[in-house]
Design a protein around this ligand. Structure first.
Ligand SMILES: *Cc1c(COP(=O)(O)O)cnc(C)c1O
Length: 235
């Protein structure tokens, strides 16, 4: 994203997108939060989602999100979710620019975020990214590693640990997706019941354009659709 002039749609294109997002939204159960994933897309598309009531936006590049926030200062009630892999040295910037960090994927990163949060007297919302199937393309806790780290995570008093974030590997059958998301739901319940991570541990973020239906059927509380809302990504 360069500092070029904002990209603006024709009124027709704006209305078309708005109608499409409205139709999508109407088919999603009310209790499921829609985090509209707008990485690589222009800020006006966030406006279109906003126009039909979406207030959660997901981005995976810090600079890109900062530029869009600057363009959308007249929409202050958007909740910004970081969903990309976060390098430790960008943790401070991520806390400055996002309301949620959904992709916390290691104890070291959680510890760093907690320290930074203490220094600024903040209590950011985070999710723990878990990896329930081997996927070399993705980071995240395996279940045994997460069990090992639970007590330490629970001791990070300045993190509001809200739930789990799951990314399904590309190309699974519906049956395998169902199994995966079902395991995620069980793990989420088990962790919530243990209270080790606090009472705010209510969210299960799973479901993207290709698998949100299966994810909702298996108890997702938060879906992260991108292309199904906005069409193909740019760049
Ligand atoms: C890109 C991305 C999405 C959205 O993907 P789509 O296939 O466009 O719906 C959701 N979650 C994460 C973590 C992503 O990186």
């Amino acid at each position: 994203m360069s500092s070029a002039a904002p990209q603006l749609p024709s009124p027709e294109a704006f209305d078309r997108l708005t109608e499409h997002i409205q139709t999508f939204r109407a088919a999603i159960p009310q209790h499921v939060r829609i985090v509209a994933v707008t990485k690589t897309l222009p800020a006006w598309m966030i406006r279109a989602a906003y126009a039909v009531g979406i207030r959660d936006v997901g981005e995976n590049r810090i600079q890109e999100a900062i530029a869009k926030r600057a363009e959308l200062q007249d929409l202050p009630d958007i909740t910004w979710h970081y969903i990309g892999h976060l390098q430790s040295n960008k943790a401070q910037k991520a806390l400055d620019s996002f309301d949620w960090i959904q992709s916390v994927d290691s104890l070291a990163l959680a510890q760093r975020l907690n320290r930074l949060a203490i220094a600024r007297s903040a209590k950011p919302n985070i999710c723990l990214q878990v990896k329930l199937l081997d996927d070399p393309a993705k980071s995240g806790w395996t279940v045994p590693d997460l069990q090992r780290d639970l007590a330490a995570l629970g001791s990070f008093k300045n993190l509001n640990i809200r739930g789990l974030m799951v990314i399904a590997p590309y190309g699974l059958s519906t049956a395998d997706l169902t199994k995966l998301f079902c395991r995620a739901q069980k793990l989420h319940h088990q962790l919530a019941d243990s209270l080790l991570l606090g009472s705010g541990f209510t969210e299960l973020s799973m479901g993207m354009s290709g698998d949100y239906g299966v994810a909702i059927a298996q108890g997702s509380t938060m879906i992260r659709p991108g292309q199904v809302l906005f069409g193909e990504r740019q760049g």
